[in-house]
Ligand binder design. Structure first.
Ligand SMILES: [Cu+2]
Length: 483
């Protein structure tokens, strides 16, 4: 009997961990933006399981911020209008311009962290879009499992022993010991109590299983895609929803810096990159005329943004047969492994480590080695950067404003209403991605980002010079902090 109960308790105490490949493996949000007069560098690390606690780090670059308040609220809908009472972020005693805080994120979907900075120049607010996508169910640690199992065994055996003893000895007169009939009554009561314990444990186990599988359905599953290439060189991408929360739809994509889809095609060795913009021809069906590309196997990362502000990266593969490609047009661009000496990575000697917000700065030089004076906006921004780990398990598309999608940033700003910050560096241009500026852009472009994990990465940087898109590729080794 005891063995059976023990086994059942083990079953009950184990949580089945559901492990799914992280969609792009880079869930942290990095932002370089303005809250009123203050320029802030923001990191938000959403929790892996929802509900869970997000970590928020805010660094003021201007040095005159006195207080930072943070509050989570939905990115869209009525909830976005009514902010609960904000928490005050803790100011670091070692670094007075660093503020940290922790926020509970309660449901999956499109959230924002609203940050309000106060200081000598008044107050200003900023909306950081944070998609909360539960990545996994948390597995219970071995120690906790053993502790709970032990406690359950004590409870179960204690209950049986108490019931049995009560039935056996409660009616005995003082000083007498139980006779055969008493013992028999005790054993029967103990058996009944054991049956009750077993039923309770079985019911508990099925309740636990139901809860776990319900949460399992809540774990984020990225959109899937099937790809086909026609004989005349058209790529067709059909998106499928493998099932997730009901609020995810396939018919609500919004343009993000001018295009519904940003498709990055890389070769396995990462020595080739195409940045294409397929058009939606029917709901969730995208098409793109392929450029000239060698026959081979390619990896595809397609960035999309829903009207809710949740952005997703669809990962798929593609075998390209011999195709007669067409010339690249518009915002489409290509990188092949020719040395692009005109873009240089400006970095100090500090080793790269995971999780640390770093400004990745690149300088564009002209043929004579002087800072380029002919930079233009490329899809509304001074530059676009792709961070991709060599094993292609981590991928992030980052802009000078940060890792949040431009569309989600715009939704967040709309929610700020009258408090809207007008100093986000790329704000003015996101509404017109093809805007040209009379004044030349600076020759350097910076991207705030933090690598989520150690490994060998490749960084692609794209800028536009006199109407021509230029791509630079850089290798980065990220040390593991544990060693
Ligand atoms: Cu971009």
């Amino acid at each position: 009997m005891s063995r059976t109960v023990g086994r059942l308790l083990v079953v009950m105490a184990i949580v089945c961990p559901i492990t799914l490949a992280a969609h792009v493996g880079s869930p942290d949000v990095f932002l370089d933006a303005a809250a009123g007069p203050y320029r802030l560098l923001v990191t938000v690390r959403p929790p892996h399981a929802i509900p869970g606690v997000a970590d928020v780090e805010v660094r003021s670059t201007t040095g005159d911020v006195q207080e930072i308040q943070i509050v989570p609220l939905p990115l869209t809908g009525p909830g976005a209008q009514f902010a609960p009472v904000a928490d005050r972020a803790t100011r670091s005693s070692a670094d007075p311009q660093l503020f940290t805080g922790h926020l509970w994120m309660m449901t999956a979907g499109a959230w924002q962290v609203r940050i309000t900075a106060a200081g000598g120049r008044g107050t200003g607010s900023l909306a950081v879009p944070v998609p909360t996508l539960p990545q996994s169910t948390l597995a219970m640690s071995g120690a906790l499992r053993a502790l709970l199992l032990g406690l359950m065994l004590i409870l179960a055996f204690g209950f049986v022993a108490v019931v049995s003893a009560v039935a056996r000895e409660a009616t005995l007169a003082a000083g007498t010991s139980p006779d055969t009939a008493d013992r028999r009554r005790g054993r029967i009561a103990g058996g009944v109590a054991a049956c009750v314990v077993m039923v309770v444990v079985l019911l508990g186990n099925s309740w636990w299983g139901a809860e776990a599988s319900q949460y399992g359905r809540y774990v984020y599953r990225p959109l899937a895609a099937t790809t086909t290439v026609s004989a005349n060189g058209w790529l067709a991408l059909a998106l499928h929803d493998p099932g997730w929360i009901a609020s995810r739809r396939l018919d609500d994509f919004v343009a993000d810096h001018g295009h519904l889809m940003h498709l990055f095609v890389v070769s396995p060795a990462l020595d080739r990159l195409w940045h294409l913009h397929p058009a939606e021809t029917a709901t969730a069906a995208f098409e793109q005329r392929l450029p000239e590309m060698p026959e081979g196997h390619y990896e595809l990362f397609a960035d999309l943004v829903h009207a809710t502000g949740v952005s997703e990266t669809v990962v798929t593969q593609l075998d390209v047969p011999e195709v007669h490609g067409t010339a690249l047009t518009g915002d489409d661009s290509v990188f092949t492994s020719d040395p692009t000496a005109s873009i240089g990575w400006v970095h100090d000697e500090r080793p790269l480590v995971p999780k640390r917000l770093t400004m990745f700065t690149f300088r564009v030089d002209d043929a004579s080695g002087q800072p380029a004076t002919d930079l233009e906006l490329y899809m509304g921004m001074p530059g676009h950067a792709i961070f991709i780990r060599r094993d292609r398990q981590i991928f992030a598309h980052v802009h000078p404003a940060g890792s949040a999608s431009m569309a989600a940033l715009a939704i967040g700003r709309r929610g700020l209403g009258a408090n809207v910050s007008d100093a986000v560096r790329t704000d003015e241009v996101t509404s017109d991605p093809h805007a040209h500026r009379a004044a030349a852009l600076p020759a350097t472009v910076s991207f705030p980002y933090g690598f989520p994990a150690a490994g060998d990465y490749r960084i692609f940087v794209q800028v536009k010079r006199s109407g021509r898109i230029v791509t630079g590729a850089f290798d980065a080794y990220v040390e593991s902090t544990g060693g």
